[in-house]
Design a protein. Structure first.
Length: 434
């Protein structure tokens, strides 16, 4: 038995313990502790505010799961997948949506410390898009800003992200906070992904286990790195949700829709582009690579056209120069991951970190060419580990970016069809590897 097989078997044992409630209990209890520590120790006001509310939400979820554990023999339905799904929804509302709404209302009332910088940047991009036709300020316009405001003058996202700022361009109210629209789109996209996996006109034996799908949803919603990100910043969650939807479409063998979903994600943020690339290779194994590529590459390129026509230099300044470290200011994204430590501690460290990143990218490229993924689950695994390696090795990155690989890897088991010999309530036998 290989190490991967042993790891898979260990995960199945942990995941299925006590009717899957043991892991739920551990998730919510650990999350409550994380939120409480965040509320006490974080140096970021939006994070402290989130922690003070989310800690209570996770504590309530812990108590609910404890009740499910105690009642699961006398009332099996109270501990089934449906009941666990209800607890997950309530937990997301209490730990992500409620803190988000409170911060949005407080911000609308005049609190300037109730949103991370990306919220302001996206809303400014929406205002610029409505007024000028491009979400980007040019080099000279950014240089004219006071030195301490130049960082917020940059919009290091793809043009589609500015759409979430358009409501603020129309009305200055709590509900036009870009986080509200991030949350709405995230919820809608995840709902479509779940429906795609659980229905889609396929026979029951071709659908994944409901418990595996629920675990994937938990990873994209109630996991603290996701709930915290949505409540305080939020721009990564619609991107992640669209990537998960693309993989769900791939599992349902809908190549064109998979390409459109990941293309929409790529029109928002560069993080979706590696997922798009791997999905194109998946599509090629099914003779539908062109259909996947049409949406996966076509939509992001189409989104760039208006900004390119209005002000090409502003587009290059924001989308290329700034992320590559050649803007008027540098990104403050610095987490103590190996890439950052190498870049700051070693002679020519940035070159070494870049070389390692290129080497990992080349290894993944060789793997894709020689052995392209043939299943949606394998695609998710490659994307998850690939993004994890990139995040760890990038000289400038954020801890919050870990939500991408974590959610993708936990989503992978949800993409497996349920074998005909296994019932939906005994998914421990569903394979985790493609």
């Amino acid at each position: 038995m290989t190490a991967a097989d042993r790891a898979t078997r260990a995960w199945r044992a942990v995941d299925s313990a006590a009717g899957r409630l043991a892991l739920d209990l551990g998730l919510y209890a650990a999350s409550a502790a994380f939120a409480a520590v965040t509320a006490i120790t974080s140096t970021l006001p939006p994070h402290r505010s989130w922690g003070s509310v989310a800690a209570l939400g996770y504590l309530l979820a812990t108590l609910l799961v404890t009740g499910q554990l105690l009642a699961r023999r006398a009332r099996p339905a109270w501990a089934g997948t449906g009941a666990r799904g209800v607890v997950t929804g309530l937990t997301w509302a209490a730990t992500a949506l409620l803190p988000l709404a409170l911060q949005a209302v407080q911000r609308a009332s005049g609190r300037t410390d109730r949103a991370q910088e990306e919220v302001v940047v996206v809303e400014q991009a929406g205002i610029l898009l409505a007024g000028t036709g491009t979400p980007y300020l040019g080099h000279d316009a950014i240089a004219a800003l006071p030195a301490d405001e130049r960082l917020l003058g940059y919009t290091p996202y793809q043009p589609g992200m500015a759409l979430f700022g358009l409501p603020r361009a129309a009305v200055d109210a709590w509900w036009t906070d870009s986080r509200v629209w991030f949350a709405l789109v995230t919820a809608l996209v995840l709902a479509v992904a779940v429906v795609t996996l659980r229905a889609g006109g396929r026979p029951a034996a071709d659908r994944p286990a409901g418990s595996a799908v629920l675990r994937g949803v938990q990873a994209a919603t109630v996991l603290p790195v996701c709930a915290l990100t949505l409540a305080t910043g939020g721009d990564d969650l619609p991107v992640l949700a669209l990537c998960l939807l693309a993989l769900a479409f791939a599992a349902a063998d809908r190549s064109g829709r998979a390409g459109v979903a990941v293309g929409l994600a790529g029109a928002l943020k560069l993080f979706a582009w590696p997922v798009a690339l791997v999905l194109i290779f998946w599509g090629a194994t099914r003779r539908s690579g062109v259909r996947v590529a049409a949406g996966a590459l076509g939509l992001p390129l189409l989104a760039l056209v208006p900004a390119l026509l209005v002000d090409r230099d502003a587009l290059v300044e924001n989308v290329l120069r700034f992320p590559l470290g050649h803007g008027l200011v540098t990104s403050p994204a610095q987490s103590p991951f190996p890439g950052h430590l190498i870049a700051t501690a070693l002679p020519a460290g940035r070159v070494v970190a870049a070389a390692l990143l290129v080497a990992v990218g080349a290894a993944i490229a060789v793997r894709l060419v020689r052995r392209p993924p043939r299943t949606a689950a394998a695609t998710a695994v490659i994307c998850g580990y690939g993004l994890l390696a990139a995040i760890l090795l990038m000289p400038s990155t954020r801890f919050g970016y870990l939500l991408y690989p974590l959610a993708l890897l936990v989503w992978a088991p949800a993409l497996h069809p349920l074998p005909a010999t296994v019932s939906a309530e005994s998914p421990a036998k569903v394979p985790l590897r493609a």
